[in-house]
Design a protein around this ligand. Structure first.
Ligand code: ZN
Ligand code: ZN
Ligand code: ZN
Length: 376
């Protein structure tokens, strides 16, 4: 593909109202008095409002049978009023010098149990606990694991567009010079390409060459890439508010026999993980399917992370494809399948696609070739 895909229609106040209603109903079903949503991905998803979390309290209070209320600092109220979901909620502002927890307390059951955004600042949660000592709090994600996990058609369209832009980036990066340049130079190329293909935000551009590839989250650094290096590329960010995240491993010049073999094993593991995706399978089944291939090949101890993570308005979110996660897959869930083998001091290999669960199996949102590409 070339150029930037068309801009999808923005989400409307009705879309956000439907999400808030569903969240409040789901919370009630889970036995919660309500949800306290902090600035961050939950708030973006529920309201379209994206303030920076600060020491001044901003919180969305959701409870079944109650109008959604967004409590904001007075000075930020004008921004909040412009949020796409603002007309579907009531704004309540508090001014400097007032106690924001006392201002919010009348909206809350005095002895209720509330789901709190995972990224809520501890100081704000402590403020509520101090104001209402009989309330209790649980992780919003823990209590409502499916809240953002299943994507609707409009969200899938955005994730597919982000995936296509990441794929276009990979096709272009294979053409740049690797040998003789620093990892950080190739990372800068990845950043520029992601933006050229429409990303508004780049979250990571991992370039792990030679031994650095054995560190799964290696940040691109000063190492000069050499002929003969394996290079792990893992990059992504946000396009139209939804995430991309893909990995491919390339080799500078002709690969050695072991490099090719290890890559073949990871590729087969990634295929096995994707083949295991279908409605009703457990998240851990995806991890088991990929891990079995690597373990059977004798590299089990070198696959040192979970097989995948969810993706949506962030590039890393629940559900996780990890041993012990029994959450069943549901059509519309989107997550990564990204097994790897990491040989300390030598090299690493990772292959990653974003996939979505369909009615009868899986659809990949990344489709660039998965064989070991040779770069210069
Ligand atoms: Zn090599
Ligand atoms: Zn990744
Ligand atoms: Zn990932």
């Amino acid at each position: 593909m070339t150029g930037t895909p068309g801009t999808p229609a923005p989400f409307t106040a009705d879309d956000y109202k439907a999400r808030m209603d569903r969240a409040a109903a789901t919370a009630a079903d889970a036995g919660l008095a309500g949800l306290l949503v902090a600035p961050g991905p939950d708030l973006i998803w529920l309201t379209g409002y994206q303030p920076v979390a600060t020491e001044r309290l901003t919180v969305l209070v959701l409870a079944a049978g109650q109008e959604p209320v967004l409590v904001v600092p007075t000075l930020e109220a004008p921004d909040a009023e412009r949020a796409a979901g603002a007309s579907a909620l009531t704004l309540r502002d508090w001014s400097d010098g007032k106690d924001p927890y006392a201002a919010t307390a009348p909206l809350l059951d005095v002895d209720g149990r509330f789901g709190v955004s995972d990224n809520s600042w501890a100081m704000h949660l402590l403020g509520f606990q101090s104001e209402l000592p009989d309330t209790s709090y649980v992780s919003l994600t823990g209590a409502l694991p499916m809240l953002r996990a299943v994507k609707d058609a409009a969200e899938l369209e955005r994730l597919a567009a982000a995936g296509a832009a990441a794929d276009a980036t990979y096709e272009e990066i294979k053409k740049v010079a690797f040998a003789g340049r620093r990892e950080s130079d190739v990372a800068a190329d990845l950043d520029a390409l992601l933006r050229q293909y429409g990303h508004s935000q780049v979250d990571f551009t991992i370039v792990g060459s030679g031994p650095n590839g054995a560190n799964p989250h290696h940040e691109a650094g000063d190492r000069v890439i050499e002929d003969g290096d394996m290079v792990v590329l893992d990059f992504g960010g946000l396009l139209h508010g939804y995430g991309s995240d893909t990995s491919r491993t390339v080799h500078v010049g002709e690969p050695g026999a072991e490099e090719q073999r290890v890559h073949d094993i990871v590729r087969e593991a990634q295929e096995a993980g994707c083949r295991a995706v279908r409605p009703g399978a457990a998240c851990q089944d995806i991890d088991r399917a990929a891990r079995a291939v690597i373990a059977d090949a004798g590299y089990g101890e070198h696959f040192i992370h979970r097989t995948g993570h969810g993706i949506g308005v962030t590039t890393h979110e629940p559900p996780y494809m990890v041993e012990g996660e029994e959450l069943p897959l549901v059509p519309g869930m989107c997550f990564s399948v990204e097994p790897g083998i990491y040989l300390p001091g030598r090299f690493g290999v990772r292959i990653e696609d974003i996939v979505t669960v369909t009615d009868d199996g899986v659809r990949r949102l990344n489709s660039t070739p998965r064989e070991l590409a040779i770069v210069n």
